[in-house]
Design a protein around this ligand. Structure first.
Ligand code: KIV
Ligand code: NA
Length: 264
């Protein structure tokens, strides 16, 4: 099958063909995801939690993201590769963001992801104009979990929803070509997916997004501690990791995942 391009993702969004995305941090799992037909692989700074054992993603360093991006990129065959810009590597200025994003691009990322709206708009434009595709990330933004006072649903009240919609529109106008929405009410995510004109990838954002993403360790049921509402353990009933990935892809494509019990 042909490699997934930015245009292909936009076409899938327009056609209503669901995009299946998972996080990976190394070549072996990335290879298994490729075999299972995952459309896009995210080297998430969630590696701070699931690989490094940190409380939050805040301590994750750019050089660590670069290393894991290289590992995943070596196994890349068809998937669109997105890498997170970690906390503090795009905050000071668009120029700083450029230097950080370039390192991820040189490590094999096709697109970089950054969290937040408003102040990020200028940076999204700066990177986009210079040829690095950007994925925005709104809703629950784990890098600012301290300021948000915990992992909770965002955009629930009218004011929060209005601000999220305004931020999303500005980011699209600045050139963002994908949006991750984390822990927002399904109705809000559905409205944004229908109106923004770019793929919206949900995690705890309901079934009406253009696609879904989950942290690999969560969907394999191996993350210690309490499982968030939006996660399904795909190892349940699967004979292998490869089968779990394949079932995730199938359930995202068919709309069977997420179900109501995974949504807000
Ligand atoms: O770091 C990550 O894994 C993410 C996804 C949860 C969207 O940002
Ligand atoms: Na992340």
């Amino acid at each position: 099958r042909k490699p997934v391009t930015l245009q292909r993702l936009l076409d899938m969004h327009a056609a209503g063909d669901k995009i299946a995305m998972l996080t990976a941090y190394d070549a072996t799992f990335a290879h298994a995801m490729e075999a299972a037909g995952v459309d896009s692989i995210l080297i998430g700074d969630s590696l701070g939690n699931v690989v490094q054992g940190q409380e939050t993603t805040v301590p994750v360093r750019l050089e660590e993201m670069v290393y894991h991006t290289r590992c995943v990129a070596r196994a890349r065959h068809r998937a669109w590769i997105v890498a997170d810009l970690p906390f503090g590597t795009y905050h000071a200025s668009p120029r700083e963001a450029w230097h950080s994003a370039m390192q991820l691009a040189q490590a094999g990322a096709h697109m970089v992801k950054l969290e937040g709206g408003g102040w990020t708009v200028e940076t999204v434009r700066f990177l986009t104009e210079r040829g690095i595709p950007v994925c925005a990330h709104l809703g629950l933004t784990p890098q600012t979990v301290t300021a948000l006072s915990g992992y909770k649903v965002q955009g629930r009240d009218e004011q929060g929803a209005a601000q999220l919609k305004a931020h999303a529109r500005e980011l699209v106008d600045a050139g963002a070509r994908m949006l991750v929405l984390e822990m927002v009410p399904s109705a809000l995510a559905a409205e944004l997916t229908a109106t923004l004109g770019i793929p919206v990838i949900g995690i705890g954002a309901g079934a009406d997004c253009s696609g879904q993403v989950l942290v690999m360790h969560d969907m394999l049921g191996v993350t210690p501690g309490r499982r968030p509402r939006f996660v399904r353990d795909f190892m349940q009933g699967s004979a292998s990791v490869g089968e779990a990935f394949a079932r995730y892809v199938a359930d995202v494509k068919s709309g069977a995942f997420p179900a109501v019990e995974h949504t807000y």
